[in-house]
Ligand binder design. Structure first.
Ligand SMILES: [Zn+2]
Length: 70
């Protein structure tokens, strides 16, 4: 419940602040722990490195199938 405008909200889903005036409640968690972790990760880089891994793996499979690794 916001002190200023009396708006009732759950700080876990509003980054710990009132969605109307931006007031921050005392000691409120600003986000669930997993959400804070997910926001900190750069998902585009994670996807890029996953793609690189898959491409390297495919290259090794193709090279093995072509008999280049003997
Ligand atoms: Zn407010």
């Amino acid at each position: 419940m916001c002190d200023t405008d009396g708006w009732s909200f759950d700080p876990r889903y509003t980054q710990g602040r009132c969605p109307i005036c931006g007031w921050t409640p005392e000691g409120a968690p600003d986000a669930p722990r997993w959400l804070a972790l997910a926001n900190r990760l750069d998902w585009q880089m994670v996807g890029l490195w996953a793609l690189v891994d898959v491409l390297v793996l495919l290259g090794l499979i193709v090279a093995h199938g072509a008999g280049l690794l003997r």
